[in-house]
Design a protein around this ligand. Structure first.
Ligand code: I3P
Length: 128
């Protein structure tokens, strides 16, 4: 049988390398600190991992390495935010708890895919 024949393991929607900085925690502004992050969209969460070198999309499985942090996408808001950075291709993700992240890629197509995939999850959760 397949590893998820019971349907209890959340679906892995997307994984890849993005530049990330947290800019607010509970509504309080933080100093930017950009760094590469291995980002995984699984179920209702965006999960961030350090050490992207050890990760590839094909080998990643939930539970085989420890996340740095995780974001609940229910009620989250997503906006393009190029005005918030000197970098190109930046969007901002804001959680209901007032945590804010900027995510960025040099690759236009890649960042657009991430934006629409995350927005689709937010929209799905809004309809539940
Ligand atoms: C910040 C750093 C960030 C930059 C930020 C700077 O300086 O250069 O990369 O954000 O700009 O303040 P420091 O390392 O001294 O904290 P971007 O790369 O997103 O532009 P900002 O303050 O205008 O946001």
């Amino acid at each position: 049988s397949s590893p998820d024949s019971d349907g209890c393991t959340p679906e892995l929607e997307k994984a890849g390398l993005l530049n990330k900085t947290k800019i607010a925690e509970g509504g309080r502004k933080l100093r930017k600190n950009w760094s590469p992050s291995w980002v995984v969209l699984v179920g209702n969460s965006l999960v961030f991992f350090k050490d992207p070198k050890s990760q590839t999309p094909s080998s990643w499985k939930p539970g085989n390495s420890r996340p740095e942090s995780s974001v609940d996408l229910r009620g989250a808001q997503l906006h393009w935010a190029n005005e918030l950075s000197s970098k190109k291709n930046v969007f901002k993700l804001r959680t209901v708890t007032g945590n804010e992240f900027l995510l960025q890629s040099e690759t236009d197509s890649l960042i657009k895919e991430w934006y629409s995939t995350i927005q689709n999850v937010i929209d799905r959760l809004d309809r539940e």
